[in-house]
Design a protein around this ligand. Structure first.
Ligand SMILES: [Zn+2]
Length: 73
C-alpha cells in the first residue's frame, strides 16, 4: 500500500476510490506519521464506512464512469 501511495504522489491524474460507492472522500488510518513499522495502512470510506486495503486507484477522468459501473451491479 505504501508503494501505491508513493506512486500516487507523482501522479496527479490518479485517485483512490471506494470500491463500494465510488466516493473519493476517504480516510486513511493510521496517518503516515502515526504508523508503526510493519503496520498496514487501512482506508475507510467516509460515505459508506467501507473499510479495507483493496481500494482501487483509477484515473480521475474515469471516476464518473467507475460510479456508473457500480450502479449497474
Ligand atoms: Zn464508499
Amino acid at each position: 500500500m505504501a508503494e501505491v501511495d508513493e506512486f500516487l504522489k507523482n501522479r496527479d491524474d490518479l485517485i483512490r476510490v471506494c470500491p463500494k460507492c465510488g466516493s473519493i472522500t476517504l480516510k486513511q488510518t493510521p496517518k503516515p506519521w502515526e504508523q508503526k513499522p510493519g503496520e498496514a495502512v487501512r482506508t475507510e470510506c467516509m460515505l459508506c464506512s467501507y473499510k479495507g486495503v483493496d481500494f482501487p486507484v483509477i484515473k480521475k477522468t474515469t471516476v464518473q464512469l467507475f460510479r456508473q459501473k457500480l450502479k449497474k451491479k
